[in-house]
Design a protein around this ligand. Structure first.
Ligand code: PGA
Length: 251
């Protein structure tokens, strides 16, 4: 993968949308991209798995937008009913997959060891792994933000992960879908500590995204914070104008 230092904005559609919405949204984004004469950053859309094939078809004529998935299984194949292997995602044209989103850690009891195995599987399949970490509101109130994020980072990153294969998304759980965000100083503090930790373990240049209630209104301020290398966007990625506006806010 290339563009390791270019800001990356990824849209996590979660369990939302339809085939029609997938086509419409990507056509609108493609038109915006054409109108602008190119992409202002690396752009990735992560639709629900059933719509990945439709999205891949739509994106075949939109070279400035890459396809990503929301999760993968740790195994390459086998008896795992309902699960999706990273190789299948690569086969469909995905370049990235999110792993360890807090909704997967919460809804499916995924511990960091599982996230690490999934990230390793993604990388082995040639995908970029977008590895999510983030504290709960209770962790933050207890002054445990840095400890929790460091623990998740250490436990979730596969050996040998580097800027080519891995992206970190710092997503405070309490900021996801709530409209609340940390202050720029708080985001800067966590990103600086993640950067310092990554530089001890990995090659430099791994991008650290911020995620949690990123909107057109706050995107420019968040994306300008030191060590913020892009955004992972949930709700606002379901609206082409809002998502495009966030992409255009990259410095
Ligand atoms: P949000 O979600 O932008 O809707 O807060 C972000 C995420 O969960 O990735």
């Amino acid at each position: 993968m290339t563009d390791s230092l270019r800001p990356l904005v990824a849209g996590n559609w979660k369990m939302n949308g339809s085939r029609a919405m997938t086509r419409d949204l990507l056509v609108s984004l493609g038109a915006a991209l054409d109108g602008a004469g190119g992409a202002p950053c690396e752009i990735v859309v992560c639709p629900p798995a059933p719509y990945l094939a439709d999205a891949a078809r739509a994106l075949a004529s939109i070279p400035g937008i890459a396809l990503g998935a929301q999760d993968c299984h740790a195994a390459a194949s086998g008896a795992h009913t309902g699960d999706i292997a990273a190789g299948m995602l690569a086969d469909l044209g995905c370049l990235y997959t999110i792993v360890g989103h807090s909704e997967r850690r919460g809804d499916h009891g995924e511990a960091s060891a599982t996230v690490k195995a999934k990230a390793a599987a993604a990388i082995a399949a040639g995908l970029g792994a977008i590895v999510c970490v983030g504290e709960t509101g209770a962790d933050r109130a207890a002054g445990r933000t840095e400890a929790v994020v460091s623990e998740q980072l250490d436990g979730s990153l596969p050996d040998g992960a580097g800027a080519e294969s891995c992206v970190i998304a710092y997503e405070p759980v309490w900021a996801i879908g709530t409209g609340q965000t940390p202050t720029p100083a708080e985001i800067g503090e966590v990103h600086a500590s993640i950067r310092a930790r990554l530089d001890r373990h990995l090659a430099c240049g791994v991008r650290i995204l911020y995620g949690g209630s990123v909107k057109p209104e706050n995107a420019a301020a968040i994306l300008a914070i030191a060590h913020v290398g892009g955004a992972l966007v949930g709700g606002a990625s379901l609206d082409a104008d809002a998502f495009w506006s966030i992409c255009r806010s990259c410095p």
